[in-house]
Design a protein around this ligand. Structure first.
Ligand code: R5P
Length: 293
């Protein structure tokens, strides 16, 4: 028997998954004491049951301790085999010591989650210098790809699309979505100087004036990549610019800033946000059935 828990922030996606399933919905109370310590009470009977927890890992620092309390409490209460579904998996971009003394937080975070969970399900993790999650996670890892969903969305909604990848890291997504949606694509070169400082060479785009341009990226975080490329496209007089990201983190006021540039921003619902247009719930449900049952 399986129990499906979810953190409040992921309620919309959780309900879509639950609608498709016959999982029991897990009940628990998680709140902050006035001093900001966490209070957790699991009210479902979890003894000898298999546990699934949905918690997307945007704002990971805030959530990490609660995840640990949850997993440890489940174990104390006799629950077994805990699967964490993190549609967005954080700390994947710090995959190298770029400067002396830097923490390779992807490894440390992977070790942390691997200590508390038995299985991880995630969607399009940012695999750049690592080829597989198992290089840093020592638990079972199951990866979902949103490429088909995004390609279908493009096929059904846009005419003569040109897909643009803002940097070499986006090639893995853009190339596959372009193949599946029979679209042209271009991968640009990006240099990042700092969190909010990027340079992208987009001069080759000028010749695609007759296309519907769609930028595809895995993550919008600070929004710097998106703002830079959209401003360039505007210089070339492209209208109706579409930006599709798998994971919309939208730090600070980046969503507003992008909206002010007059573009359409679409994301997958891996992180709950007003821009969610592409629904991954069926893929998650299917992955649970394939890997947990
Ligand atoms: C690059 O590594 C990623 O594919 C994204 O382009 C990047 O993470 C976006 O970050 P930001 O929104 O901070 O420019």
């Amino acid at each position: 028997m399986k129990i499906f828990f979810y953190f409040e922030e992921d309620k919309i996606l959780a309900k879509k998954i639950l609608e498709r399933s016959n999982f029991e919905e897990g009940k628990f109370v998680l709140r902050q004491f006035p001093d900001q310590e966490s209070y957790l009470q699991i009210t479902s009977d979890v003894k000898d049951k298999e546990i699934i927890l949905l918690c997307s890992l945007n704002h990971p620092n805030k959530k990490a301790l609660d995840l640990m309390f949850f997993a440890q409490n489940i174990k104390d209460l006799g629950g077994k085999n805990i699967t964490l579904i993190a549609p967005y998996l954080s700390y994947m971009r710090q995959d190298k010591r770029f400067k002396d003394g830097e923490a390779i937080t992807s490894r440390i975070f992977a070790k942390f989650l691997s200590q508390h969970f038995d299985h991880l399900i995630t969607i399009d993790p940012h695999l750049h210098r690592y080829q597989y999650l198992e290089e840093i996670y020592n638990i079972k890892c199951s990866t979902i790809h949103s490429n088909d969903l995004i390609a279908d969305y493009i096929k059904n909604n846009f005419h003569k699309p040109l897909l643009i990848g803002p940097d070499s890291e986006s090639k893995q997504w853009v190339k596959s979505i372009a193949n599946k949606s029979q679209s042209d694509f271009v991968i640009l070169e990006k240099i990042r100087y700092g969190d909010y400082d990027v340079d992208i060479n987009s001069s080759e785009l000028e010749k695609y004036q007759d296309h519907q341009v769609i930028i595809i990226d895995d993550i919008i975080s600070s929004g710097s990549t998106a703002v830079k490329i959209v401003k360039d496209l505007k210089k070339f007089n492209f209208k109706d610019i579409i930006y599709i990201a798998i994971h919309g983190l939208f730090a600070k006021n980046s969503y507003q800033e992008l909206q002010n540039l007059g573009i359409d921003i679409l994301t997958c619902n891996t992180i709950n946000h007003i821009s969610n247009k592409i629904d991954v719930s069926e893929l998650i449900y299917q992955k649970i059935i394939d890997t947990c049952l």
